[in-house]
Write a protein that binds this ligand. Sequence first.
Ligand SMILES: [Zn+2]
Length: 183
Amino acid sequence: MTVLSSADKIRALMPHDPLQPLDFHRLTKEQAIFSGDMSLDSMKRILDLLDQQQGNIHYQLGFDKSEQGQTLIDINIDAELVMSCQRCLSPMQVRIARHSILVIVNDKTELHTISSDYEPYVVEENGNLSLHDMVQDELLLTIPLAPIHDEADCGATSTVKKIKEESKINPFAILERLKKKTN
Ligand SMILES: [Zn+2]
């Protein structure tokens, strides 16, 4: 008889291929927990938004059952993206971190039964949902569409500031001029 250590057990429950459909029934029954990394360049739906496509997105998933017997998925994603600032167009780091508790529903008619603590995720009965799709969907919900630097770090702001400073009139010079006039 072989006894699996908990690390082995987690490994055994992990989908071997993130593109393969998740077996919700089994994962929920086992209350599976797993985590890992996916390369950003596999996230086809966000590639156009990125300035650099290298890097990883870290994910962690935990499965459980709701009181109504639905599959619950506690999902965390975490990534450091490089995007273009929409004000100065230079690259900027954008930190992504999102935590959600999803509840799997088979059709939209079930939506009214869902507690507001959960976010419904519609997967048709016998429909396929891969780990990759799920992580990508979470990323799409949280990625900023028009990221901009903080004002102090932005190239565009410092140019505007410089112009403003250069064109600023010295109030003491005006006083001097006024004095000369009255004399
Ligand atoms: Zn900027």
